[in-house]
Design a protein around this ligand. Structure first.
Ligand code: FES
Length: 345
């Protein structure tokens, strides 16, 4: 028998979740303000529902050119490792499980997240602004996997290391900093060098970037590891890339810190995002970007999603047609897929 609490949550559309999270942002500590919004784009409810309602989910995934590892089910304890609040996951999971077992309905989503936040903050002995984001993520994870699977997850966490072991304010301050350019740095104009810090499902680190260089181009030069052994989409560098021309959607990233140090998205990037379905906010400097388009003029902290697809037309229904012109041979195949997806066939 289904759970009444989860059943009531399942009736809420993705747009309601995004609205609820948006309304809570002023009460979420800055350290997780972008991260929580990024998480909701990496695990979109509409896309999950689309795949689950297909007669043949595998065919449906092919139809939207999906690659990588989509979904929360095998990542209940890990999908949120890029949130500061991840460290409170055991307490948050316990509070959400208990609430699901005892409540038989849900009112306003934002109020429900606030209630969970209060309960979890008491249990974890931390402040509400630090735990609210992971509570929202936990609640949506429950909806996506169901109570049985949610309960079964061990609730294990990674102990914070390095920058993550610092206080939330220190982390925010650290993200705002740029690499030193040396004592004559003020004389430099075009040859300034910065760092892109990245976090992905299986790895984290940083690679250098020259002032005004695209993130994807800088990533391609990082041969420090066999990236493909960590993620088969990473044939060159830690950021998965394919066309390098805003045509395939492979290189999308979330920006958890420093989005103001990236160039503004061009109309082409904005349009491509709608085709891909990534639900990029309309802000001047959004937190979801295409790494092959965004150029950096300072240190930027990104998180790399474990999957990519082209689902704007089929799932969001927000694209009329496409005029994207890929430039590489490998992108030709992807363009054909995009054309099929956007024609609604
Ligand atoms: S690599 Fe294809 S959109 Fe960026």
């Amino acid at each position: 028998m289904g759970n009444a609490f989860v059943g009531a949550l399942e009736k809420k559309a993705e747009a309601e979740w995004l609205k609820a999270v948006g309304s809570l942002l002023p009460d979420i500590h800055e350290v997780d303000r972008n991260a929580v919004q990024i998480w909701f784009r990496f695990y979109p409810l509409d896309l999950l529902n689309y795949l689950e309602s297909s007669d043949d989910p595998e065919e449906a995934m092919k139809g939207i050119s999906m690659t990588g590892d989509f979904g929360v089910l095998d990542k209940i304890d890990t999908s949120h490792r890029f949130l500061y609040g991840h460290r409170y996951w055991p307490q948050v999971k316990e509070v959400i499980t208990k609430r699901a077992e005892t409540m038989d309905g849900v009112g306003d989503l934002a109020n429900e997240i606030r209630t969970l936040t209060h309960l979890a903050s008491v249990k974890a002995k931390t402040s509400e602004p630090l735990i609210m984001a992971i509570c929202a993520v936990g609640l949506m994870s429950l909806v996506q996997v169901g109570l049985d699977e949610f309960r079964k997850a061990p609730g294990a966490i990674e102990q914070p290391q390095g920058l993550w072991a610092k206080s939330p304010d220190e982390i925010v301050a650290e993200r705002a900093k740029d690499d030193s350019q040396g004592i004559f740095g003020f004389l430099k104009t075009v040859d300034k060098k910065f760092s892109i810090h990245f976090k992905a499902f299986e790895s984290e680190g940083k690679f250098p970037i020259i002032n005004d260089e695209e993130i994807a181009s800088a990533s391609q030069k990082d041969h420090s590891r066999d990236w493909q052994s960590l993620d088969y989409r990473c044939w060159e560098g830690p950021v998965p890339i394919e066309c390098t021309s805003a045509s395939c959607g492979t290189c999308w990233v979330g920006v958890i810190g420093g989005q103001e140090k990236l160039t503004e998205p061009s109309p082409r990037e904005r349009r491509a995002m709608r085709v891909f379905g990534y639900n990029q906010p309309e802000e001047q400097k959004p937190f979801i970007r295409l790494a092959c388009q965004a150029r950096a003029n300072g240190n930027v902290h990104i998180v790399i999603p474990p999957w990519n697809a082209v689902f704007g037309k089929k799932v969001r229904g927000n694209v009329e047609d496409v005029e994207l012109e890929p430039v590489t041979t490998s992108a030709k195949k992807l363009r054909e897929t995009i054309a099929t997806a956007t024609s609604g066939e």
